[in-house]
Design a binder for this molecule. Sequence first.
Ligand SMILES: NC(=O)C1=CN([C@@H]2O[C@H](COP(=O)(O)OP(=O)(O)OC[C@H]3O[C@@H](n4cnc5c(N)ncnc54)[C@H](O)[C@@H]3O)[C@@H](O)[C@H]2O)C=CC1
Ligand SMILES: O=C(O)[C@@H](O)C(=O)[C@H](O)[C@@H](O)CO
Length: 319
Amino acid sequence: MKVSIIGAGLMGHALALVFAIGGHRVRLTDNNPAALARAPSLMEKARATLDGAGEANGLTEAGLRERVTLHESLAETVADAGLVIEAIIEKPEVKRALFAELDPLMPADTILASNTSYLDAFPLMPPGRLKRAILMHWYTPPYLVDLVDLVGSPECAPELVEQVAATLRAMGKVPLVMRRFLPGYLANRIQSALSGECYRLMDEGYATPQEIDAAIIHGLGLRLLLLGQMAKADFTGLPLSAQALANGMYQPPPPRRNSETLDRALAEGHTGVMAGRGLYDWGGQDPEALLAERDRRLLALKRAIKEIGPMAGLEDKKT
Ligand SMILES: NC(=O)C1=CN([C@@H]2O[C@H](COP(=O)(O)OP(=O)(O)OC[C@H]3O[C@@H](n4cnc5c(N)ncnc54)[C@H](O)[C@@H]3O)[C@@H](O)[C@H]2O)C=CC1
Ligand SMILES: O=C(O)[C@@H](O)C(=O)[C@H](O)[C@@H](O)CO
């Protein structure tokens, strides 16, 4: 399939690699030339890491350069595209403007997808595109995290969503088709609840980022990988779960649209790994080296999980 990706940032470049590994031809664009220019190095670094673990599906460096081409022109990027994936900044009006710009440039039967984390992108799209419009939300890094949230627009036939899901399964991904739009899908909603509590704990001085992550890594993480949260409740015993709810001792933080901890970090330019510092100080380590180290460890963990097999979730793994 001819796949066009708009946005070559943290997600866009990685999605281009995912589809190239899946055997598709990819055209990638970005309205920031520097971001577009950086994409090949980021993709090759990740490809080499995957290849080192036998997870690149035989895609060579030369093959990557051949399968993923960079384009400055939006028209060139989406000409005769079967699937266009929008992976630009999470700002509704910027997405709306892009969809309007794309509309006359794409073939009538192109499937238009958005990688939005939370937005209802369908009202941002031209009405004539909605019959073939979906939300296709990936998790970073998408070449390692297999979950892909899929939501068809209210006008999109379920058969088309299933066709996209089948394409993703053929790429080894795990599409989770939602019956209707819900901001944040499943995993992002759970992650948002978790993040909301983490920001409260930091903002109110209860914990540092390192303490929070230690609690998750040494407390919650192991069981989540094997049982998720619902099967874990079964092992805990549902009476306790119900009693804990009834006791009402845990009150989630009131919904807020900012975090002082995040605001302070951003004000100091600490935007994350790509800037060398976020909530952690990464000691000026090369971002691409950090991403590669993350990927190497995730690959080893993913292999172990696959060998052990989860005891919960959609497939019958309760062995
Ligand atoms: N960062 C993450 O972990 C994840 C992000 N997402 C979603 O994916 C989308 C992209 O996120 P990131 O890759 O993190 O952002 P990013 O900021 O790393 O990349 C966005 C790219 O889009 C480009 N761009 C902005 N406006 C454009 C336009 N009009 N035309 C062409 N290019 C344009 C920017 O130059 C930038 O390079 C967002 O909707 C985000 O919510 C989804 C899953 C995970
Ligand atoms: O974690 C991910 O990769 C995805 O859930 C995302 O959409 C983004 O990280 C988002 O949750 C950030 O708020």
